[in-house]
Design a protein around this ligand. Sequence first.
Ligand SMILES: [Zn+2]
Length: 170
Amino acid sequence: MCDHPGCTKAGEHRAPRSRENPDVYYWFCLDHVREYNAAWDYFQGWSEEKIERFRREAITGHRPTWKLGHAGYRAWAEGRVRDEFGVFGARFNGGQAEPPPAEQQMDARQRRALARLDLDETADLQGIKMRYKQLVKRHHPDANGGDKAAEERFKAINEAYSFLMTCGYS
Ligand SMILES: [Zn+2]
């Protein structure tokens, strides 16, 4: 039977329960697997923390700073995408929880990316850009005679910076 609460159709289509356990499945009817996959695909590649932050901001009416020209955003903000399957974690079911302090809102990956640029959570967009320019200059392969360690460091800096630019700084 379909795992969607209250649905009595045959559960013939499987969907992973969570990113942490992709081998554990729900079984849904066609309609409900489509609904589930639509919510899942929309947030693909986002960290759990980022999804939660997005969800919280949508609930409180605070428009996220990153661009979301998607019908998905509206659906989300209007509460039409419900977290019946726990895709987004138990913490926000109900959506009434007090937001955690700012430093807890930052997810681990973002913190790591900042650390890679020798910055902490207080860094703003200007600070990140300035730091990135300094580090790129210092670690650019051309400036280090093809040194392998410098090349790795250069790559890591670029990855960290690219990621940070997706984190909603403005
Ligand atoms: Zn169903």
